[in-house]
Design a protein around this ligand. Structure first.
Ligand SMILES: Cc1ncc(COP(=O)(O)O)c(C=O)c1O
Length: 357
């Protein structure tokens, strides 16, 4: 059997976590009271119809309620999609180097993966076309792309949907990081709400800072969502009551804009530092960067281990020689630059001043 990807997400390491593309929850303290309020009902099962959160999402995104389904993270939704659409051992079409959840879910439901190469570390429509055959039932496109951070332009994503539709393949667009890339400009969510035949996946784990809550959603044509909901009947209480209560609140808190602005500012600083130090990297539309350290990944991972900074060796994604690291605070940026032995120019100036004093 294919060896499935595993990783360390242990809570023993709550500091210096640059390896799972999380953000922080500093701005979410106001939700404490709601959390405690919900705790009073902890002895009772959560609402299996997820009615309140579905209503909030439908209003927020201006989509009909019956086009939405929630999940215990997008991870679970991907599994439900595979359970539903790959019956009888059908195939899913994925990029060779991509978010590992698509491959894992496909394999555990008894399906097959057809993998197509990236071109210049970006998803490429022509390569996806090459992978199409009669056995393919779904095509997963991660946009912006994990682990490279690259973005496929909206017109190309629309073409991707069109091509898959022509071949009776369900296009599933995973927009886990879309908020960092300018949602209004690059998302297909509204196009699907207006009738495009595809499914979009969204999570609260990244830009919204709620990875520990485990909640995400899929939006797509009612007929497809109904089929997925049938599979989901096996797990009636998948979305816990804290997730159902808090995820809707976070949409209207106004914290997203601040987080995205901060992260994008930090990513711009990181981009400049990598360029100045001639470190090869993929321009990123996300909260993480994929780069090629000068002395190889083995040496960098050993140093990361020594410093207690967690980053991801992309060999696990099939990208040997590359490292992925996310940042969401000045401290993260500092830790990453320190890992790369980069002393930012301003810091160098300060050090010089101090030695002259
Ligand atoms: C592209 C992509 N999709 C989905 C997920 C999983 O999201 P969730 O936390 O909602 O399960 C991740 C998590 O890293 C991801 O990178």
């Amino acid at each position: 059997m294919t060896k499935l990807t595993t990783f360390n997400a242990s809570d023993n390491h709550v500091q210096n976590r640059l390896h799972l593309n999380e953000t922080n929850s500093d701005k979410l303290q106001v939700l404490d009271s709601l959390f405690l309020d919900e705790f009073k009902k902890i002895s009772t099962y959560p609402d299996p119809s997820n009615a309140e959160l579905i209503n909030t999402l439908a209003e927020f995104y201006h989509v009909p309620k019956d086009m939405l389904i929630l999940g215990n993270g997008v991870d679970e939704i991907v599994l439900l999609m595979c359970l539903t659409f790959l019956k009888g051992g059908k195939s899913s079409l994925i990029a060779e180097q991509t978010f590992p959840g698509y491959e894992t879910s496909t394999i555990v439901v008894g399906g097959k993966n057809i993998k197509v190469p990236l071109v210049n570390l970006k998803c490429n429509l022509e390569r996806f076309k090459d992978g199409i055959n009669d056995d393919v039932a779904v095509a997963f496109l991660c946009n912006p792309h994990n682990p490279t951070g690259s973005l496929m332009r909206i017109n190309e994503v629309e073409q991707f949907i069109e091509v898959m539709n022509q071949n009776n393949i369900i296009p599933i667009i995973d927009e886990a990081y879309i908020q960092f890339a300018d949602e209004q400009k690059h998302s297909v969510l509204q196009k699907i709400a207006n009738g495009a035949n595809a499914i979009v996946l969204r999570t609260f784990s990244k830009a919204y800072g709620l990875a520990g809550l485990r909640v995400g959603f899929a939006m797509g044509p009612k007929a497809l969502i109904d089929l997925v909901a049938q599979s989901a009947l096996a797990l009636p209480f998948r979305v816990n009551r804290f997730a159902q209560r808090l995820a809707g609140e976070v949409l209207s808190l106004g914290t997203l804009e601040k987080t995205v602005q901060e992260v994008n500012g930090l990513m711009a600083q990181l981009t400049a530092q990598l360029s100045q130090n001639n470190i090869e990297f993929v321009p990123s539309s996300t909260n993480f960067m994929c780069f090629k350290p000068h002395h190889g990944t083995e040496q960098l991972m050993a140093r990361a281990n020594h410093l207690g900074t967690q980053v991801r060796d992309c060999t696990a994604f099939g990208l040997s020689g590359w490292i992925r690291a996310s940042i969401c605070s000045q401290q993260d940026l500092h830790n990453l630059l320190n890992l790369l032995s980069i002393v930012p120019v301003e810091a160098k100036d300060e050090e010089l001043l101090q030695t002259c004093e």
